[in-house]
Write a protein that binds this ligand. Sequence first.
Ligand code: PEP
Ligand code: MG
Length: 577
Amino acid sequence: MRIFKGIAASDGVAKGKALVHHSAAVAAEKRHILADGVEEELSKFREAVTTARDHLQEHYNSGITKESKDILETHLMMLEDPEYIDQIEKYITTNLVCSQWAIESVTTDMVALLKQTGDEMLSERALDVQDISMHLMDAIKGEGGKQMSDLDGDVILVADSLMPSELFSMDKTHILGISLDGGGRTSHVAILVRAFNIPTVLAAGGASKTVKDGDEIIIDGSYGEVYIRPDLTVAQMLDERFALWQEHEAELQKMVKLPTVMTDGHSMQLKANIQTCIEVGAVQECGASGIGLFRSEFLFMESLELPSEERQFNAYKQVLESMSPKPVTIRTIDIGGDKIVSGLGIDEENPVLGWRAVRFCLSRKDIFTVQLRALLRASVYGKLQIMFPMISGIEELNAVLHLFEHVKDDCRREQIPFDPDIKVGSMIEVPSAALCADILAKKVDFFSIGTNDLIQYTIAVDRGNEKIAYLYQPFHPGVLRSIQMIVEKAHQNNIPVSLCGEMASDPLCSVLLAGMGMDELSMGSQSLLQVRKLLRSVSYEEAQGLAQQVLKMDSYLAINTFIREWMYDRFDHFTTI
Ligand code: PEP
Ligand code: MG
């Protein structure tokens, strides 16, 4: 038996057979071959080309849309392209290296060359080259045949890392649990596994290098533990632990119909975060008072082509109608960072500080306008609120609001009905926006604090990097002071403030946030009842007292210990793990 300890990312215990997956994002290793091994390497490479072609052809014939077919046709043509394929073969022969290294080297050079031209068409071709190289890599690693989108049995997925778009394309009905070698608790892939209710452990060291396909494995997503080839006593211990956890979950169901009112009558709004329309059922089941964050960019990852106005309209309408009369806050697309949508030319050295969210939208107004029109059209089917991500200052906010008014004018001219009273908000997740909260507050109807990014940018710590996860501290005085200032400025300007980052769902944070004056918390529906139970068992006065003490403290270590002790005195073990 081997045990790996990592980050508890999504609750629950899962048992099953391992399926090892190597992420497309992992770089190839340079392996030298002998001169008399060249023929063998070339035939391995040619076999990979055939496998990749069969795989693409199969996908082409699987009833996909015309746009997806066009993209696949280009990819199929490129697999015949002597310029690319011959160059790889030549690279293997002259440099005596393995196929993977040759694919990576030729692809990198070709992509750089195409991008240097500055020509838009050729830059798009660079993306096609990258896509094709990934298909070839998968085929070489033997994953071309292992269709993650079409698994034929239940598995525990064990991977080095995973991109949100990769998870999206997988058949999640057969993924019982996930172990990743890397990742952080607030990375988008972690947010998605929680939304899909897949028990998951992140930063599980080298689990993917130790486990083999078909090994027995148990994932404990609540304690952050991965057991490879577990012995009987451990399996029994985990069964008992899981049974207790299920009892605790069942107990929480009593909270579904109750309001979130603290013991002295102070009430809070608890809303849910969603990534896809199918999550609306879970939102209704947990009794949320609305949707506080719909991450609309995930609609853009569901297929190979950009969603049309009609497709977006139908998705927004469906969510608004199902939730009506409760409010739904849809965030305009936050593409970029770790949320890559293929075909948009987002491939940057430093994506988190780069062409992301409203920065992307303001330079691709063609794409942004389609979304704003779809939102306006859908607004008559429920209570829509719109918010904009990654606002860094007033110029950006003004530009976005200006464009929104322009799209409204178009709709009026075309006699397209829309709700004239849609509330608009700014996300506050960039430190400059937090510092200018008083300025921004005068322009919008509400704020929503995105602490996942606010923490990342305030402490300068990548939210997805397990090596520095110890620095990612919600209780850092710099973060707490920033939140306090945002709340203060919002209230001075008579607008409400919500918090929709993962901090809202962390039981250690929710009482503190209530005490800091937050009007609303928005979180994954799987956490909402726990937070409601907590808030219903303390008074607002106690929460304010806690906030006052914590805001005087000078280190996150001290704050962490202080809050844990405060919680241990009042709540059960499951609330504080
Ligand atoms: C945040 O940054 O806290 C947030 C809610 O947005 P996302 O997690 O999608 O970046
Ligand atoms: Mg964010």
